[in-house]
Design a protein around this ligand. Structure first.
Ligand code: NAP
Length: 248
């Protein structure tokens, strides 16, 4: 099949393009670097010509509320229109577990993105993934205040980005579900345990304190906001296996 990956130069895209190619698909790797701008709409017709499948792994260049909301609103509208015009038979979109309930411009942008794709008339599958292992270092770092790690009283279920890539590649070869698939890591843990594992891998020791006012990058979360439901798929790679690669 011909598969167009938009966001091909990103963290997910750079793993997905070679995997799809090894699987035997003809792959078009699209991003601004290849002359395709999904925010403006330039190059989309050519990138999607004769494509059977579109995989959207774009990310907003800025996570600032208004910029991210505008980016995901605009790119999903442009991509949906171009995919419909090109006769694409499956639009696979990577989203985030919890977007339906989480506030903030970035999360609202991801929800608008999902809703736009679902309403586009193009057969689709939304893959909602949990936080990537690769993000846990930044999450733990963001929670350090005055020499303490102040964590929300919440659970997290990190997944290896490579495990997300495997799911996206598999779905690209399957018919559209016209629905949402949740994908999480092999284990759920408290933010406190996640932060302790990250600090241990860095050889750092700091007190870890549960703080009811602590947030996830400024977003207030409930205990289960970031974890999958009962029908989710789970990646195989644990956070400890991921962190062991970087242990000091
Ligand atoms: N990080 C997590 O824990 C996590 C968890 C669940 C879901 N997700 C979702 O996963 C998705 C992919 O994340 P990622 O980390 O792979 O992103 P990333 O590394 O930031 O890559 C973003 C990609 O988008 C492209 N891009 C940006 N603006 C563009 C534009 N106007 N037109 C065309 N391409 C553009 C970039 O390429 P150019 O700069 O060359 O254009 C790049 O290829 C995101 O939507 C995110 O919400 C992330």
């Amino acid at each position: 099949m011909k598969v167009t990956v938009v966001g091909a130069t990103g963290q997910i895209g750079t793993q997905l393009v070679p995997l799809l190619t090894r699987t035997g698909h003809r792959v078009v790797a699209a991003s601004r670097a290849s002359g395709v701008d999904a925010a403006i709409g330039t190059g989309l017709g050519e990138a999607l010509r004769d494509a059977d499948v579109l995989v959207d792994v774009l990310n907003a260049p800025s996570t600032e509320d208004d910029a991210a909301l505008s980016f995901f609103t605009g790119t999903s509208a442009n991509l949906s229109g171009a995919a419909r015009a090109a006769g694409v038979q499956h639009y696979v979109l990577l989203s985030i577990v919890g977007v339906g309930e989480l506030p903030g411009g970035y999360m609202r942008g991801k929800l608008v993105q999902e809703q736009t794709v679902a309403a586009s008339g193009v057969p689709y599958t939304v893959v909602r993934a949990t936080q990537f292992h690769q993000l846990t270092d930044a999450i733990a770092g963001s929670l350090i205040v005055d020499g303490e790690v102040r964590v929300p009283d919440a659970m997290i279920e990190p997944i290896a980005s490579a495990d997300v890539v495997s799911v996206l590649a598999r779905l690209a070869g399957e018919p559209a579900a016209d629905g949402v698939l949740e994908v999480g890591g092999p284990e759920r843990m408290s933010f406190a345990d996640m932060a302790a594992a990250v600090l241990a891998s860095r050889g750092e020791e700091l007190p870890i304190v549960v703080d009811p006012d602590a947030t996830y990058f400024g977003i207030p979360i409930r205990r289960d906001s970031l974890v999958t439901g009962p029908d989710a798929e789970h990646g195989a790679t644990s956070l400890r296996e991921h962190l062991a690669q970087f242990a000091t």
